[in-house]
Design a protein around this ligand. Structure first.
Ligand SMILES: Nc1ncnc2c1ncn2[C@@H]1O[C@H](COP(=O)(O)OP(=O)(O)O)[C@@H](O)[C@H]1O
Ligand SMILES: [Mg+2]
Length: 280
């Protein structure tokens, strides 16, 4: 059963960004949303989490229309967003950062402790650092804390926006593995990524180009080399880290994306993409 159905979603900032995208995510899946900087990935997850109001279209979560609801209402319904840029509160301890993620359950100490213990199971390093200031954690640990904080509301759907940005390939993998454990314990996950290293964990792959979904299919229907060459500019190395100074920073992502013209994909791979497009 689809836990999330997005239909003809349009959103923008005075200019159109999402051009009417439609996709479904099944309960228990990990869906990965790929695309270059500026493609509209963040706008998509912001619309699902209520941070960005859609202009048109519908978002159905758990059988209920939720498009346009406020973020706090959506957290209560079971949608949690771990935003781009791992924003933790540096002057608060790890534990207090987690406490802020548990505001929907603040009436109960027992529930806070239960959710916290679960986060420490996913990310044991956070348990070791519970009383350390978040600002003194490494980049990878801060990312884990940001995801852990989103998990404190015990969501049914977790949205993770570019968790691997700026992390070493090894750390990126350990973050993907932890998100995979979260998924295996029953949480549906949507991961926004440019790093093809996440592909082994993808049940479903969605690819956005300039606000349009150009591929939607099963994870095993797409090879990481094709994904890299055709859709992610072809300059990313195996682990997805950029080599040629392509814009990957947050500030750069707000400017117009610079794209090197890419070769026309081979007929075989074009067909495969076209086939994938009709599946959902
Ligand atoms: N708050 C905003 N105000 C105006 N334009 C924005 C804002 N956020 C994003 N954009 C623009 O919307 C487009 C898509 O951005 P975004 O969804 O962040 O893409 P991605 O996450 O795929 O990099 C870009 O052209 C970006 O510059
Ligand atoms: Mg983004």
């Amino acid at each position: 059963m689809a836990i999330l159905e997005v239909q003809q979603l349009r959103a923008g900032y005075g200019f159109p960004v999402l051009m009417g995208i439609s996709f479904e995510v099944e309960e228990g899946e990990t869906a990965v949303l790929f695309g270059l900087n500026g493609a509209g990935k963040t706008t998509t997850v912001h619309a699902i989490a209520g941070v960005k109001k859609p202009d048109r279209g519908s978002i159905t979560f758990d059988g209920e229309e939720v498009g346009g609801l406020a973020p706090n209402e959506l957290v209560r319904k079971g949608i949690a967003l771990c935003p781009e840029g791992r924003r933790v509160f540096p002057a608060l301890t790890v534990e207090n950062n987690l406490r802020l993620g548990a505001w929907t359950r603040r009436h109960s100490h027992g529930e806070f402790d239960k959710a916290k213990e679960l986060v420490f199971e996913y990310f044991p390093v956070l348990g070791d650092r519970a009383y350390q200031m978040a600002g003194t954690l490494s980049g990878g640990e801060q990312q884990m804390l940001a995801i852990g904080r989103a998990m404190m509301s015990q969501p049914k759907l977790l949205l993770v926006d570019e968790a691997s940005l700026g992390l070493s390939p090894l750390l990126a993998q350990s973050v993907f593995k932890a998100v995979n454990r979260i998924n295996q314990s029953g949480t549906t996950v949507i991961i926004v990524e440019q790093n093809v290293g996440v592909l082994p964990y993808a049940d479903r792959v969605l690819i956005l180009e300039k606000g349009t979904l150009v591929f939607s299919g099963k994870g095993k229907e797409i090879r990481s080399a094709d994904l890299r060459e055709q859709y992610l500019g072809g300059t990313a190395s195996r682990d997805g880290q950029r080599r040629r100074g392509r814009a990957t920073t947050r500030s750069a992502s707000k400017s117009k994306p610079t794209r090197t013209p890419r070769k026309r994909p081979a007929a075989r791979t074009r067909k495969r993409a076209a086939r994938g497009k009709t599946k959902s």
